[in-house]
Design a protein around this ligand. Structure first.
Ligand SMILES: Nc1ncnc2c1ncn2[C@@H]1O[C@H](COP(=O)(O)OP(=O)(O)O)[C@@H](O)[C@H]1O
Ligand SMILES: [Mg+2]
Length: 374
């Protein structure tokens, strides 16, 4: 038996009054508890409409939406929304209320006493990375990124299990956006919400979402899959075009060096005799060899130096260091970058300096040939 999803959309449709066509057509989607699902697609494809049907700011004209197995239309809308945090497209903070008052909006309507509200506001500010001195300011005294954090804090105030986010990072510059995405992922490891996030940015979806639902105009679901699957096997030409022709490169950002089966490559122990080197270089078809000692990686030595100094012990040859190293938790994109910009192979070295093998382009290619997690 599969676990019941936190949110289930079952053949949900929406036709706005006076409109000939449906904005969302027979959309079915299961959103697993504790996951981040990205709704993505071109402008006007029904992303916002879908999100707002979940918290009943828009009523569906067909189908059924369940949260934890309960039909949302069977519950009073205000009570329903207490269990659903909502971060809207343009942040939408109340301009004449302080940051603390903005964050406290829902707890106040729930009748929490002052001390409890204050404690919660402080806790949330810490959670989303807002300095305490921001709390007495007004929204227009904050940067776009800070306002965005306030929007998230406000949505989380009453600790709802579900969070709906409509293009939450749309209004900030790319650097701040990247940071807010990182913060959302860090936050999610602490709060484990069920998050539905609307975006039109495929890179954002790939970075933050556990699963991606790609919609076409008319709210038609073209594919619902993990980022890796969407990029590896687009369901049709629309998906293929939407994810972009660099989809192989995008997949490199999803994979880690630790996912690869690495080999020792051209590596020689520093205590070994010089005669150990030529067969190693020949076998790896390489002009560089790595030196290790007691399982630690010392650096790369070139064939040229080895041949130019015929009576120098291996341990005393000049080394290129610490170039061309990655760690087990580097992305394959990073490993690719290192391979492309260095002459040597790329050594995997963990935080303790221990040698974990050598990454080659061929291994990266083989790693990408298989689906994630296989
Ligand atoms: N209140 C409304 N009345 C009539 N049509 C609407 C309304 N809201 C949205 N639509 C239409 O529904 C479609 C989907 O809109 P929306 O969900 O906002 O798209 P997205 O968020 O994907 O850009 C669009 O064609 C839009 O014009
Ligand atoms: Mg929208």
């Amino acid at each position: 038996m599969t676990e019941q999803p936190a949110i289930r959309l079952d053949q949900v449709s929406k036709r706005f009054p006076g409109s000939e066509v449906e904005a969302v057509r027979s959309l079915s989607l299961d959103i697993p508890r504790g996951s981040i699902v990205a709704l993505i697609g071109p402008s006007g494809c029904g992303k916002t409409t879908t999100l707002r049907m979940i918290n009943r700011l828009i009523e569906p004209t067909g189908g059924r939406i369940e949260i934890e197995g309960v039909d949302v239309t069977s519950r009073a809308a205000t009570e329903l929304r207490r269990g659903i945090g909502y971060v809207i497209q343009q942040v939408g903070l109340f301009p004449h209320r302080t940051i603390a008052q903005n964050i406290a909006t829902v707890p106040k309507t729930l009748g929490w006493d002052r001390a409890r509200v204050d404690a919660r506001v402080e806790e949330l500010a810490e959670l989303v990375g807002l300095e305490a001195e921001m709390l007495d300011r007004y929204p227009d005294e904050l940067s776009g990124g800070q306002q965005q954090r306030v929007g998230v804090a406000r949505a989380l105030a009453a600790d709802p299990p579900v969070l709906l986010m409509d293009e939450p990072f749309g209004a900030v510059d790319p650097i701040v956006r990247g940071r807010l995405q990182d913060e959302l992922l860090a936050l999610q490891t602490r709060v484990h919400k069920t998050i539905v996030l609307v975006t039109h940015d495929i890179d954002e979806a790939v970075k933050v979402a556990d699963r991606i639902a790609l919609l076409n105009v008319g709210g038609i679901l073209e594919q619902y899959a993990s980022a890796d699957e969407l990029l590896r096997t687009p369901a049709n030409a629309f998906v293929e075009e939407f994810v972009g022709e660099d989809r192989g490169m995008k997949r490199l950002t999803l994979r880690l060096v630790s996912d690869l089966i690495v080999t020792d490559g051209a590596v020689v122990d520093a205590e070994a005799d010089r005669s150990a080197v030529p067969p190693v270089l020949r076998a790896a078809n390489s002009d560089w060899f790595g030196l290790t000692q007691d399982g630690r990686f010392l650096g790369w030595v070139s064939r040229q130096d080895y041949e130019a100094q015929p009576s120098t012990a291996l341990a005393d040859l000049p080394r290129a260091l610490p170039a061309a190293q990655v760690t087990p938790d580097s992305t394959l994109r990073r490993a690719m970058e290192v391979i492309m910009t260095s002459d040597t192979s790329t050594a995997v070295v963990d935080d303790g300096g221990r040698f974990g093998g050598v990454v080659t382009l061929e291994q990266i290619r083989a790693g990408l040939a298989a689906p994630e997690g296989s």
